[in-house]
Design a protein around this ligand. Sequence first.
Ligand SMILES: Nc1ncnc2c1ncn2[C@@H]1O[C@H](COP(=O)(O)OP(=O)(O)O)[C@@H](O)[C@H]1O
Ligand SMILES: [Mg+2]
Length: 256
Amino acid sequence: MIRLDAVGKTFRGRDGVPVEALRDVSLDVAAGEFVAIVGASGCGKSTLLRMVAGLVAASTGTVALDGEAVAGPRAETAMVFQAPTLLPWADVLRNVTFPLRLMRRAGAGTEEKARALLDVAGLAGFESKLPRELSGGMQQRVAICRALVQEPRVLLADEPFGALDALTREEMSLELLRLWAARRMAVLFVTHSIPEAVLLADRVVVMSPRPGRVADVVEVGLPRPRSFDQEASDEFHRCARRIRDRIFGERAARAA
Ligand SMILES: Nc1ncnc2c1ncn2[C@@H]1O[C@H](COP(=O)(O)OP(=O)(O)O)[C@@H](O)[C@H]1O
Ligand SMILES: [Mg+2]
């Protein structure tokens, strides 16, 4: 459903010096598939997500959704950023329904859907709280509900748990898997945590340093539903080691 074909992106940097962020990236993501992207900082992960979201245009190659070139933001695509970016003056419920109201897609069932999602996310009873009355983890859960209430067919998550402490992060990743299991949208999930990528994904795309290219794609054979118990399994270690070798192998090659 998502297809990147030989995608490249070169930014005009400061002083007019071009910055090649991505080179020749090809990737197919099937409907309902969970794909994680890992790679060193600056290798173009955010740029890749923004291109799928229609927020940045590719310099070369094509980005398509269901065979149609992505030319701008689309209703079937929702994005979660590293920081929750909630409206500070709106309560939790209105934050969640905001994008649908903005796109004039809010209907009779919208509020009910939002409440159901908040319930799944462990936020029942917090509907009329303001963002500043919530912890960082709760705010990020609101941001995830805000993305999911749009019933996106594509969820783009850019290090969504990056600002959270380790325990909240683990809890949130299982929460996300539960929500994904119920909805089954295609997910592109950027993280710098190798264990998180393996725990969540069907496939892990390993990107090389700038210019970002696909260095490897690792299939994760762990059964679902996933749990932290699986971190002790051979398959988990095999995937994590292969990803780590790929990342550090590339770095060592560059240093030589
Ligand atoms: N709007 C922009 N203008 C110029 N350079 C950019 C822009 N966005 C990203 N870059 C550069 O492209 C490279 C990849 O950035 P990014 O996609 O944010 O990487 P990552 O998310 O993997 O850390 C970096 O070198 C960054 O400085
Ligand atoms: Mg980034």
